[in-house]
Write a protein that binds this ligand. Structure first.
Ligand code: 6PG
Length: 253
């Protein structure tokens, strides 16, 4: 499947995108737990996945996942305390974690309250302890894409895109921007499955550049091409914009 480009599924609106993503995750978790006895799932922040997280924590999706076998990680975190409004952990706690019986020991958050270097090093240690030596292979990484083409906290034309060895990196920024911690491209590209969500007209331009134009500018979201894995985009009509598509239709690059 690798090398075939992403699969793109287009839905009418944000609600149907979130339901399609919830169905995708339930089905993948079920298959993965049946074969590997666990499901390692890296979450993202941003506004797009909030509705999805709420669905996963509600019937009927909630009951369809064996939460005791789910291990939650984060693709990235802002360097703020876990109760800060900008914390990706806080968003996931309020929308998802508070509603599902995932054991505390299975929740591997990035400690945004630390300085970025310490937080990245600790998260990398956590990943190595959990996955063992070599690159972690997440069963699923959920990602969003910024209008500038960033994904997780990998920003266009940044040195972080060249990283080959580290699993997690500090991304320092001057206020008012927030420093962040992100997993790196080698980790993203070692995942079994990557699911991108994109909703709204403001994402149409960057999606077009990433998908239709072969990503010549090297946008980070387009650099996510797992070596042995699959990338799926679940998007709405507005984000699809110029990527001609119909409801639920699968497009291939
Ligand atoms: C974050 C993210 C980031 C996000 C995109 C899209 O912490 O902000 O993980 O990469 O996915 O910026 O954000 P929206 O969903 O808000 O458009």
């Amino acid at each position: 499947m690798s090398g075939s480009g992403p699969e793109i599924r287009v839905f009418p609106d944000s609600g149907s995108v979130s339901r399609a993503a919830a169905g995708f995750i339930v089905s993948l978790a079920e298959r993965t737990i049946a074969s590997r006895n666990r499901f390692t799932f890296a979450l993202s922040g941003g506004s797009t996945p909030k509705e999805l997280y709420g669905l996963l924590a509600s019937s009927p999706y909630r009951e369809e996942i064996a939460w005791h076998a789910v291990h939650l990680f984060w693709a990235d975190e802002r360097c703020v305390p876990p109760d800060h409004p900008e914390s990706n952990y806080k968003m996931a706690r309020e929308t998802l974690l508070s509603g599902v019986p995932v054991p505390d020991r299975n929740i591997h958050r990035i400690r945004g309250e630390e300085d970025p270097c310490t937080a990245a090093r600790e998260y990398e240690n956590d990943l190595r302890t959990f996955f063992g030596s070599g690159l972690p292979a997440f069963d699923l990484v959920l990602l969003g894409a910024g209008e500038d083409g960033h994904t997780a906290s990998l920003f266009p034309a940044s040195a972080s895109l060249l990283e080959k060895k580290r699993l997690a990196l500090p991304i320092s920024a001057d206020p008012p921007k927030l420093s962040r911690v992100t997993i790196t491209l080698p980790v993203l590209n070692n995942a079994h499955e990557v699911l991108f969500l994109a909703i709204g007209r403001r994402k149409a331009g960057i999606l077009h550049e990433i998908m239709e134009d072969g990503n010549p500018k090297g946008y980070p979201a387009g650099l996510v091409q797992p070596v042995h894995g699959v990338v799926t985009w679940i998007i709405d009509h507005q984000a699809a914009g110029a990527l001609a598509g119909t409801e639920g239709k699968k497009l291939r690059r």
